[in-house]
Design a protein around this ligand. Sequence first.
Ligand code: ADP
Ligand code: MG
Length: 695
Amino acid sequence: MRPDVLFPLFADLTTLPGVGPKNVKLFEKVTGSRIRDLLFLAPTAFIDRSPRASVQGASEGSVVTVAVDIGAHHASPRGSNRPYRIAVSDAEIDFHLIFFHAQADYLRRILPSGQRRVISGKVEHFDGVVQMPHPDHVVPVEEADSIPLVEPVYPLTAGLSLRVLGRTLRAALDTAIDLPEWQDVAFVQREKLPSWKAAIEALHAPNSPKDLEPAAPARRRLAYDELLSHQLALALARASMKRGKGAPTTGDGRLRKRVLDHLPYKPTGAQQRSIGEIEADMGDGLRMMRLLQGDVGSGKTLVALMAMLTAVEAGGQAALMAPTEILARQHADGLRDLAEAAGVTLEIVTGRDKGRAREEKLERLASGEVDILVGTHALFQKDIGFRDLRLAVVDEQHRFGVTQRMALADKGASTDVLVMTATPIPRTLALVSYGDMDVSILDEKPPGRQPIETRLVAIDRIDEVIDGISRRLDAGARCYWVCPLVEESEVVDLAAAEERYRALAAVLGPERVALVHGRMSPTEKDEAMARFVEGRAQLLIATTVIEVGVNVPEATLMVIERAERFGLAQLHQLRGRVGRGDKASHCLLLYGGPLSEQGRARLQIMRESDDGFRLAEEDLRLRGAGDVLGVKQSGLPDFMIADLESQGDLMKIAQDDARLILNQDPQLESERGQALRVLLYLMERDEAIKFLAAG
Ligand code: ADP
Ligand code: MG
């Protein structure tokens, strides 16, 4: 239940003077329909209205406040579209006030000839003469004080003027009451942050450009409130997921040893560290919620296998779920050999297993005969019975949000969860999306990788590129060709991919070319993939479906069409499909010109760097958070004040703070705990409160 103190803030804007059912829609477009929404709308600029002696020398478009003597009115001649003009003079020069569609009566009343008025508005130059169209303020000299010295500017929408927004905002500010302090008092003092109410007031009263920057104390305070509420909600979810799982899972290491002995290589330091972190989590009494983050080719599979073998050594079972059927199959294929070396039974179940064969597999799973089960996410949403599922490994590609993780965690309270992601996520974003999890990072690549040479090629030169591919195919090479897929119009994109396929098949020979895309049936997809994996087809034309983990070590060339449409992290993922074997590999980024300067800079970075984390950071810097993860897919919250690009430092502090708070006051019962509940409601993260009730 929302605390009473917040009722005034959650009241509808229509309760304020001047806001009715009609213009509230405009407010909704800009921010929201409640008082709270308007209070959190941050100004983007401000207008300096401090009075000056003259408009003389004011630059085009600048705002000037000045006292003028009013001269003659010149009505627009009937039938002409010339504006109504009023001659005025300030301390230094004469100029004109200009009105289109003027109401002469009204203007004569507010600007009577022979009198003096203070006006404030934008200065323009027309034919070398100064004029001021439609001044924002016109007041008698005695009332000059009523013009705000500094007026904040907000994002607006058609039909909503700054004047109306400003007036409504001032009324809204009158309802802003003092709220109990939810921040740590020592922190607030050390950082010299204002109280919530003072921060809201200061947010709307900027005095200098500095006040508009994220580092301004008021903004920092409000941003931190936002980040803390977000991290606190995640920490509450985490705490409820981690709650006791019963028996810890510890193995004796015998199966893992067999695999390590069987491997032709040694795990990297990063793999060893991650394996250790996972073992420690599995071996304690709390459920594991861990993210394993590692660039393409960093060796996540081995780490996952070690965790799964730990579960089996302890007498339990493990499951690995992949986002697509192709991937599930590849995981199974990649693991089978090692599972065999360990002497454990691995099985794969997909949507295509039907009837008796499927039942038989599920029976073996229920009896515990199958140790490790591989399948797709969809599979696990249905009821699959394990004898003793100890560990679920989720191979996700940003398709799994917090809510889905929670649903998964509901499955069995004793199941540890390991989420693997191949997309390097900048640290700050990882904290936003995965703040509820612990994180292991594979930041070290296995030795002996061939670097991939990347080149930018204008799409006009596509014929040369195709010639080059033709020669390579003759020499036995295997290549990928990725067609762009823009989500808004999947149909059109597929048509483009199919056309590209027909064109390339015509030149290179249909028997050497295969096509996969997201709309194919699983059987068609597998058939096409199999042709490529086995080398019967040498060129695989694909939409981005291959992004997720296809592993064909023989492939040495990646062509990405319209590379400028992809994010850097995505290009990196795609490029990671080559360079997996021992031969030198190449990546051609075909771009449609002309590229913007930023577009070119982005693609250049692809040439220079093979570090997924660096590319993801660059993406974040160049494109902003929403674009990097794709807001829809990531479930990334829309922060009102916090700025992820520049306030990453605060995000980390907020995460630590949130975890500390829950350590000391798991039920948020203390005085500060109660205030934090108010914060959660204010920031609309109150869905997290239910975890408290459930506890
Ligand atoms: P990821 O899933 O992180 O993209 P994989 O687990 O598929 O990476 O590993 C990529 C390749 O690297 C595989 O062929 C794997 O056998 C190999 N590999 C994994 N760990 C090591 C290691 N420590 N040393 C050498 N090669 C390794
Ligand atoms: Mg993999």
